[in-house]
Write a protein that binds this ligand. Structure first.
Ligand code: FAD
Length: 308
């Protein structure tokens, strides 16, 4: 591991290569033990970092904003590659040929926050990205998960994504169709690719109505979601024909707790870190919710949250 750290430091600089970094500082659940090595490369360096990990036979994991991630209390044995710090540029371009609705293209690096992309779009009066303004993830995480809210999803606005194909050791562009964006999944979440950047198409709108819609969605979130407590958003995917939060509430689990982890009193679909929870508390609570809902309603709840 020491040799790998030296190689990575030479490649991306000492400031971008930390040892024993507590993952609780980098996840919205605010839990997770130390990662052996925590690196923050830029887009150009990212493929090389992955190659070096592979050559040294050390596991690695890509992290955006850690807003859909449960990292174990023992941490991560390997290299965490975080993109938010140095891979977050955003460009707005007029297309070479005029497009319908006077559309423009936003090109964003994988580590750009969705909220920053939404603000950039607002500043130049481009509409269609309002749904994503309150999702606390990065562009890479959002493409991987096909993030969505309030009737919109990444699939609706994405033209294509530049990706690193790990096995082929090649940078490719995958179209919207090739990304196979489905409900909280894509070819990226199946593994084998890392998102480097994405191109998003948005049409011309009016600044004030875009802002008004963003504020309306923000108010909805604040009134319905436990944003005052650390969480990873909706803990479970929506089972077909049901709502996870409603099933959990109907099972009488609002406020149900394991250690410091609790089913939110405000929205039963959210497991929250109510008081100094450990990852183990959260994991045990997730398992208990799954069992109780299965016993009571014969419905399998599948976690949306990724666990490492
Ligand atoms: P991370 O949590 O860092 O990673 C998630 C997964 O994506 C991991 O498997 C990771 O390896 C992978 N990944 C990240 N970047 C890349 C990359 N560049 N290339 C390949 N794989 C990558 N989600 C919604 O869809 N809708 C919502 O309304 C919503 N509301 C939320 C509200 C709150 C309060 C919170 C805390 C979360 C919410 N989420 C929501 C969940 C989360 O924000 C999204 O899933 C988001 O897309 C995750 O992005 P991230 O950058 O934080 O990814």
């Amino acid at each position: 591991m020491a040799e790998l750290k030296t190689r990575l430091e030479e490649m991306i600089g000492r400031n971008n290569c930390l040892a024993d970094e507590e993952m609780k500082k980098h996840t919205t659940f605010r839990v997770g033990g130390p990662a052996d090595i925590y690196v923050t490369p830029n887009i150009a360096q990212l493929p090389q970092v992955i190659r070096v990990c592979m050559e040294e036979n050390v596991p690695y994991y890509i992290v955006g904003n850690g807003s859909n991630l449960l990292v174990s209390d023992s941490g991560y044995r390997g290299v965490i590659i975080e993109l938010k710090k140095n891979a977050s540029k955003i460009f707005i371009r007029k297309p070479d040929e005029p497009m319908e609705d006077d559309a423009s293209i936003i090109e964003a690096d994988a580590g750009a926050l969705l909220s920053t992309v939404a603000t950039s779009a607002l500043n130049v009066a481009l509409k269609g990205f309002e749904f994503a303004a309150g999702i606390p993830g990065t562009v890479g995480g959002a493409v991987s998960m096909n993030a969505g809210a309030y009737g919109g999803e990444i699939k609706d606005v994405l033209i294509d994504a530049k990706v690193y194909d790990i096995e082929a050791d090649e940078i490719k562009t995958l179209s919207n169709e090739e990304l196979k964006l489905g409900y909280r999944r894509s070819v990226i979440s199946d593994g084998g690719y890392v998102v480097l950047s994405a191109r998003i198409k948005l049409s011309k709108g009016e600044h004030d109505s875009i802002l008004a819609y963003m504020n309306e969605l923000k108010e909805k979130r604040v009134s319905k979601q436990p944003l005052d407590m650390p969480s990873a958003g909706s803990t479970f995917k929506r089972p077909e024909g049901y709502f996870a939060g409603k099933l959990i509430e109907d099972a009488g689990l609002k406020g149900f707790a394991v250690g410091g982890a609790m089913v939110s009193q405000k929205h039963a679909g959210f497991v929250v870190n109510a008081k100094d929870a450990t990852a183990s508390d959260i994991y045990t609570l997730i398992k208990a919710i799954q069992k109780i809902v299965k016993d009571r309603f014969d419905v399998e709840l599948e976690p949306e949250v990724k666990m490492i």
